[in-house]
Design a protein around this ligand. Sequence first.
Ligand code: NAD
Length: 256
Amino acid sequence: MSNNLDRDIKEAADMLRNSNFTTAYTGAGISVESGIPPFRGEEGLWNKYDPSYLELNFFLSQPEKSWKVIKQIFYDFFDDAKPNAAHLALAKMEKQGMLSRIITQNIDNLHQEAGSTKVYEFHGNSMKLVCLACSRVFPHGEISLDHLPPHCPDCQGLLKPDFIFFGEAIPQEPLAAAYEAASKSDVFLVIGTTGEVMPANQIPPLAKQNGAKIIEVNPEASNYTSRITDLLLKGKAGEVMTKLEKELFSAPLHDD
Ligand code: NAD
């Protein structure tokens, strides 16, 4: 695998142009340049917070404690975050018919904010809160987090962020979309993920097994790099995707 980024970008652009069905598979790394830290690595959230606060059983038994940490991790960081060049490049690729769908592990809503429409969220979305008693879903902006835990305005049941906690099953719709994408993609563009989180991490290897070419964007080697990656675009998602977008369309979307 070479480390000549410009040459690799050209090769990636050719692979994308020749692909009939391309899937982007994204993780926390794509949102790092939007100011949201990943879970793992030096600046990762797990160096600061105990992951057990995000276990379903912990949440159900101590919702106030769990919510305090959830608010700090997700709502304080996420509220100010804006899509970066990588999110925008993927949205442009979709618009130009070069990207069939996005399978994301992220819960930050930034793909949708960038304009992508075919987004399947493996781990749910933090911008919605769900009542564990009556199942009503509320936009996060409608619910005050001044007093924790928040309760349902209708039935007073406990509200939970509508993302997947450790110990919860992956929702059917994104699961089906991911398996379908893994069965028919010619190219899988894997951006900013360590590939450590089960069962989401099984999707790119399945795509590879079914014949997809794997293009990976990451400043570091991941669990996939030496196992399944055909072409590593080594670098930060925003920088690499800006170059790739230029190569594909000759002018970046955000200047439109
Ligand atoms: P991770 O935290 O395990 O790993 C982050 C990956 O991103 C690493 O491979 C790292 O090298 C790479 N990375 C760091 N900076 C990057 C950059 N600028 N550009 C591209 N890549 C970069 O992330 P994961 O594999 O997605 O798994 C973590 C889980 O945590 C996911 O399931 C996700 O749901 C959740 N999570 C989501 C968010 C979010 O929604 N933004 C943030 C933190 C964690």
